[in-house]
Design a binder for this molecule. Sequence first.
Ligand code: URA
Length: 245
Amino acid sequence: MDALTALRLQLEWGVDEALEALPINRLAAPASVRALVLPAGPAARAAQVAEACSTVEALREALAGFDGCALRTTATNLVFADGNPQARLMLVGEAPGGEEDRAGLPFVGPSGRLLDRMMASIGLDRRHFLITNLIPWRPPGNRNPTDSEVVLCLPFLLRHIALTRPRRLVLLGSLSTRAITGSATGIRRMRGRWIELPVPGLDRPVPTLPMLHPAYLLRTPGAKRDAWSDLLMLRRALDTDELMK
Ligand code: URA
């Protein structure tokens, strides 16, 4: 098969990006990580590995080496977090898209640019908050993550929250809201009020505000009015807590 025919075939099969000149074997785990492999199912292993981490840096390394979630093998980079790790405000999105996958940073694509403008409208930028995702690897073709992928990634996110100890948490979108709160109520009904979220490892629940995802706002500009009202709620709460001036 000549190169052009092979390329056409790849396009037909859904390849939509050219990332590296040479293939990378992402199935080969580094030796230090193999030592972590425990004789349990991947979900139990995820919980054990996450819980054993006592610093955010250890958590990032454990996640980078965790071989229980197949998304790792198709992603270009781990997308762990951005912003200020010391901030008392933490934002959680859903999963990285193409630009995030290439940069290894959350929310740097179109929805990230909208989110930055939204946060700027209440006087905040990435020095004021830490931002991460429920899923740290891009699902191929930006499909929704499966339930089992969510179950595998959730312990790492919960540990990240516990180690960061935010005073306020914002959940962006229905996927992260459903996974983290365990509630089946839709995001349109959950947004607009603070809930108290119990987090394993923290002695107090974290006041948490579910909000509409910026990608949804890009598709549904009419919902920006609700988003603005949620942003004002967030700003008022930060002012009340005297968290950021
Ligand atoms: N959408 C998300 O939820 N997270 C990202 O990082 C980018 C887009």
